[in-house]
Ligand binder design. Structure first.
Ligand code: 13P
Length: 248
């Protein structure tokens, strides 16, 4: 049976004081959903989110981590810190981190390895810019992003990851990739994973689409052959919208 995971990426939104009520409300609205539900909240909201999600079907994730265990890295948060708070998921290599904070395929790879070593479940983001799409290099670029992100990651560990395909031109723009465009790239991701790790990892892998996912387009996107749910930004900030997507 096809597996679905719908993760919300709150980005830099919501206050710690708003978090518990929101997670509880969301949990009630998504109860019984087929899809696994994850909320990736700011570091400052993690404690409240983890507490509020206890005993519900909602899983909690962070939006980043550092690849070192500890040390002089002012402002950074380690995998151990997240694990100690009972955080389960972590987004790695979001295009906003690549664009504004200098993350590269190589740092993404280091973070994936560290997250797995510590027992966190990575949601590894890949995606092309509009210029790259127009140059016709989308598939080559995505293949390279996936290959580098998973360097020195075993098949057993790769199977614990989620890959999120997020075309940069569709993030926060209201411009969703068509179902076919999204599925074409997700299928290409599954092909590269198959080449690297074989059928069982490729067939079982959760590959999400992200970029202006809304209740009105979720069913068609998630119904495509190679899309196993979504990574949702703006619409994850409203519990009705997010629940609508989760229950596509
Ligand atoms: P939007 O859903 O707001 O387009 O954001 C997508 C995203 O970046 C999720 O990580």
């Amino acid at each position: 049976m096809k597996k679905y995971v719908v993760a919300g990426n709150w980005k830099m939104n919501k206050l710690p004081s708003e978090t518990a009520a929101f997670i509880k409300e969301l949990a009630l609205k998504v109860e019984g959903a087929v899809a696994e539900v994850v909320a990736c909240v700011p570091y400052t909201s993690l404690a409240a989110a983890v507490e509020a999600a206890k005993g519900t079907c909602v899983k909690i994730g962070a939006q980043n981590l550092h690849f070192e265990d500890s040390g002089a890295f002012t402002g950074e948060v380690s995998a151990d810190m997240l694990v100690d708070m009972d955080v389960e998921y972590v987004i790695i290599g979001h295009s906003e981190r690549r664009q504004y904070f200098g993350e590269t395929d190589v740092t993404v790879n280091k973070k994936v390895i560290k997250a797995i070593e510590k027992g966190l479940k990575p949601i590894v983001c890949v995606g092309e810019s509009l210029e790259e799409r127009e140059q016709g290099i989308t598939i080559d670029l995505i293949r390279s992003q996936v290959k580098i992100a998973f360097m020195n990651v075993s098949a057993e560990d790769a199977a614990k990851c989620i890959i999120a395909y997020e075309p940069i031109w569709a993030i926060g723009t209201g411009k969703t990739a068509t179902d076919e465009q999204a599925n074409e790239v997700c299928a290409a991701i599954r092909v590269v994973v198959r080449e690297l790790y074989g059928d069982s990892v490729a067939d079982g892998l959760v590959i999400q689409y992200g970029g202006s996912v809304k209740p009105s387009n979720a069913a068609a996107l998630f119904g495509m052959s190679d899309i196993n749910g979504g990574l949702v930004g703006g619409a994850s900030l409203k519990s009705d919208d997010f629940a609508g997507i989760v229950k596509f």
